[in-house]
Design a protein around this ligand. Structure first.
Ligand code: ZN
Length: 383
């Protein structure tokens, strides 16, 4: 292994050894800040309530390139099912095991090593390099990236290009890059009726009967056709509950919870309006508690995608597939400021599971992919 390979594995292991279960940072950001500080980064720790965030920047001019990520991890789960202790990083057959190995301490380590290599080779790069790191990505995402973005926005500090280190790859590092995410909105719907004895239907209003046609219509509605970047919007019922437990009682209400993953053809308000129009049409008495989980975003073809695709190709000889599939990430808070955001990290097949692991060779590849992305974006002779 060459120097940067040894360095990335060592740093990833240092980070994994810290028990940073969300919203704990457990000193991970200090390790990163120290290394960035010695490269000339200006360091700001932004602590909001229980969450520790890091904003670090080298340079004062545009464009501002940003590495974004999180130091928190999900709980280890059943320890007996782990073949190695989750917070004692261990390498077996070329795989590095430990909680956070793939999501996403391996990526954080790769970002740092790539940045060290880049700043050493190109100390007078154009623009700025920045880091936006939080300890609440896996938690309620209230005091993390969104608060840092609010702070930056308030002082008119903008990110131009951003790589989020979420594990985007499927089989080999760099095979899939996320260039957008669908939006997500959830509703907790309660439909009211009138409770009573099943033998006296004239005295009851059965909320189950009333709800069925409306829920059927919601589940069969065609919301949009999607577009070049997104599949069509999908509505899914996730919970349905009613009844008193007795067979001879008509219940007083039914609750139906649902979620929509939606494309850029729609927005939150259009969905709320359409759902309520359908419920009103069926003349239901209802209430809905809406949760807005994130707006959709897309990074279209241009310098960012070209730079990343070229970097992946230089390192792996293959071109990445750009995709908007999968769950949400903190990219949803960064993209609305106008930043070009992609997610690019190691393979995601073991994330949030017991025996989470990352391929050591993939981490070394990731260092090179991040390095070449920096070169392609911040070196003048490439523009
Ligand atoms: Zn993650």
């Amino acid at each position: 292994m060459d120097n940067s390979s040894t360095a990335v594995i060592k740093l990833a292991m240092d980070l994994i050894a810290r028990r940073s279960v969300t919203p704990e940072d457990a000193g991970c950001q200090d390790i990163m800040a120290k290394r960035l500080s010695s490269l000339g980064f200006n360091i700001e720790s932004m602590v909001f309530e229980d969450t520790t965030n890091l904003w670090a920047r080298r340079g004062t001019t545009d464009p501002v390139f940003c590495f974004a990520g999180h130091t928190d991890v999900v709980p280890a789960g059943n320890l007996e099912l782990w073949k190695t202790p989750p917070f004692e990083p261990t390498i077996i057959d070329g795989m590095l095991y430990g909680r956070g190995a793939a999501d996403m301490k391996g990526s954080l380590a790769a970002m740092i090593i790539a940045t060290e290599k880049f700043v050493t080779a190109h100390p007078n790069h154009k623009g700025s390099i920045s880091y936006l790191v939080t300890s609440d990505e896996e938690g309620p995402f209230i005091n993390g990236t969104t608060r840092v973005i609010d702070t930056l926005e308030a002082r008119n500090e903008k990110i131009t290009y951003c790589i989020v280190g979420e594990p985007s790859s499927t089989h080999k590092v760099g095979d899939v890059v996320k260039n957008g995410r669908r939006g997500s909105i959830s509703g907790e719907l309660t439909i009211h009726g009138k409770q009573g004895h099943v033998a006296y239907p004239e005295h009851v209003k059965n909320p189950i009967h009333l709800a069925m046609p409306a829920l059927a219509e919601l589940s069969q509605t065609h919301w949009d056709h999607g577009n070049d970047y997104f599949p069509e919007t999908s509505f899914q019922l996730s919970n349905l509950q009613s009844g008193t437990g007795a067979t001879n009682v008509v219940p007083g209400h039914i609750s139906a919870w649902f979620n929509l993953r939606y494309s850029t053809e729609l927005n939150d308000q259009m969905i709320v309006d359409k759902v309520e129009a359908i419920l009103d049409k069926h003349q239901l008495e209802y209430e809905i508690k809406w949760t807005y989980n994130g707006k959709p975003f897309i990074t279209e073809e241009g310098l960012m995608l070209d730079a990343v695709a070229k970097a992946v190709n230089t390192v792996t000889d293959n071109l990445p597939v750009f995709s908007t599939a999968g769950g949400t990430s903190d990219g949803r808070f960064i993209a609305p400021t106008g930043a070009n955001v992609v997610e690019l990290g190691p393979c995601n097949s073991t994330i949030h599971q017991v025996n989470e692991s990352v391929c050591c060779d993939d981490l070394c590849g990731l260092v090179d992919i991040y390095y070449h992305s920096l070169v392609n974006i911040l070196c003048c002779d490439n523009q």
